[in-house]
Design a protein around this ligand. Structure first.
Ligand code: NAD
Length: 484
């Protein structure tokens, strides 16, 4: 039913490795299979990318831009089909999947434009006879490895930045959600991107992903996923290569006494529960000024209880769908049980939705917990599920101290109407992204990256493309022409 062949050196191949089933998380039915690519197939993809690199790097950036624009247009035209594949394999409602595919198309258009604006520098030397030029050259072959929560966008950021810079790429999509990425690869191929520039090999992280990381022919690994796997990648590469690691988060929201409470509740519900909380920048924990604590809690519980949940194919406009697999659901339940045992108050959710159709599938009601402390996992670990912990704070410095009390540093949020509070919070929150009076911390034209254990490197924006370049310093000594 869905695209399942791999793209290697411009050819679509079914692969000789073991067959892996792919499940619809809303029904637990098998919807198709992929191949666990063999070592030989992964090597073939890397060699294809290596061979395609010189010509792609030498192509005019304007020509590369034309092809990226074409790919963006095709993906937009195929939005409904790609979104259907995504909802079937990932669980998010169809309208949300369509939105993600549109954002992928915009990403390709954005990097098409950025690719023609790559500038160098001329640096003065002690003597005017010398001139130092700093030029940017593409890194080479990129291995892109991504998770299942945003199957299209997270691959798009890597493909867009890499291709615009003149790099070639081998993509390993997540094994839970391979079909929408394969449909994207098909569109890139149909757009006329030359053979070998984009390759996609499917299969398990432990074999296919690890082999990409270990290959001496790969110049850069662009990884999005869990901290544990990111660290393993950093430690297990046998040769020096560039690394970009976009890892997990444990993101706080601070609501001060001056905040617009309804706006804060709306933002909290969106960023805690969208995509069933399976977002690296999801709000995991909320600190609310004591004077508005109970009012905030009861409003958030009401909004959470009103969110609709359904099989995302049956109701494209549902607020929430199924979680992507049994694993994040189990972790959500475990964090909930841990918090309740340690004295948290259940304000909303905490159970599977009622009704016959929810007896199967990985569904859970959005859950709000009050009176949480840092003894509880929900406040200190990434849940990656529809669960949020709330706690009161006395002073703003106490709120910041709690918000920064984590090994992570991806995104943080605050709602406040006071300029002094805005400045205090934005400068003291130790995060790569701080969103104030909104919860959309990542936009395509601004850099996005984590600190501390949330990773290294940037995606989005100009910075997201510059990660795919090496600098070259060219120092030239000139003589005056003899007849000058
Ligand atoms: P994961 O780390 O288990 O898997 C991510 C990818 O890595 C998958 O494609 C997997 O097959 C592959 N992989 C697994 N083992 C590997 C190995 N040894 N070598 C190479 N590749 C390997 O993560 P997940 O469970 O799929 O995704 C959830 C995690 O991703 C969460 O922690 C979330 O916060 C994080 N995430 C981060 C961002 C960000 O931008 N910072 C965005 C989305 C998700």
């Amino acid at each position: 039913m869905f695209e399942s062949e791999m793209l290697i050196g411009g050819e679509w191949v079914s692969g000789a490795g073991a067959v892996l089933p792919v499940q619809n998380p809303a029904t637990e039915e098998t919807i198709g299979t992929i191949t666990n690519a063999t070592t030989e197939e992964v090597d073939r993809a890397i060699r294809a990318a290596r061979n395609a690199f010189p010509a792609w790097a030498a192509l005019s950036p304007f020509k590369r831009a034309e092809l990226l624009h074409k790919a963006g247009e095709l993906i937009d035209q195929r939005k409904d089909d790609i979104a259907r594949a995504m909802t079937s394999e990932q669980g998010k409602p169809l309208n949300e999947a369509r939105g993600e595919v549109s954002k992928l198309a915009q990403t390709l258009h954005f990097y098409a434009e950025e690719g023609v604006r790559v500038h160098g520098e001329i640096i003065p030397n002690e003597s005017n006879a010398y001139q130092s030029l700093v030029v940017r050259e593409p890194v080479g072959v990129v291995a892109a490895i991504s998770p299942w929560n945003y199957p299209a966008e997270l691959i798009g950021w890597k493909i867009g930045g890499a291709l615009a810079a003149g790099c070639t790429i081998v993509v390993k999509p997540p094994e839970l959600t391979p079909f929408s990425p394969l449909a994207i690869a098909r569109a890139l191929d149909d757009a006329g991107i030359p053979a070998g520039v984009v390759n996609m090999v499917t299969g398990k992280g432990s074999s296919v992903g690890q082999h990409l990381v270990e290959s001496p022919l790969v110049d850069k690994v662009a990884f999005t996923g869990s901290g544990a796997v990111g660290l393993r990648i950093q430690q297990s590469s046998p040769t020096v290569k560039k690394l970009a690691l976009e890892l997990g988060g444990n993101c706080p929201l601070i609501v001060t006494a001056t905040a617009d409470l309804d706006a804060a509740v709306k933002g909290a519900a969106r960023r805690s529960f969208r995509n069933m909380g399976q977002i690296c920048i999801a709000i995991n924990r909320i600190y609310v000024a004591e004077s508005v604590y109970e009012a905030f809690l009861s409003k958030l519980a009401t909004v959470a209880d009103a969110l609709t949940i359904d099989n995302g194919l049956d109701d494209p406009a549902a607020d929430l769908g199924a979680m992507a697999s049994a694993e994040p659901l189990e972790k959500t339940r475990a964090h909930l049980a841990d918090a309740l045992e340690k004295g948290a108050r259940l304000m909303a959710g905490g159970r599977r939705p009622e009704g016959e159709k929810f007896q199967k599938g990985f569904f859970f009601r959005p859950t709000v917990l009050a009176d949480c402390t840092h003894e509880m996992q929900v406040m200190t670990e990434e849940t990656f599920g529809p669960l949020v912990g709330v706690a009161p704070f006395g002073t703003l410095s106490e709120a910041v101290e709690k918000a920064n009390d984590t090994p992570y540093g991806l995104a943080s949020y605050a709602y406040t109407k006071h300029m002094d509070e805005m400045r205090y919070l934005s400068s003291r929150l130790d995060y790569g992204n701080v969103a104030i009076n909104n919860v959309d911390a990542g936009i395509i034209n601004a850099p996005y990256g984590g600190r501390k254990q949330s990773g290294v490197g940037y995606e989005h924006g100009r910075e997201g493309m510059l990660e795919y370049f090496n600098f070259k310093h060219v120092r030239i000594c000139f003589d005056e022409p003899e007849d000058a």
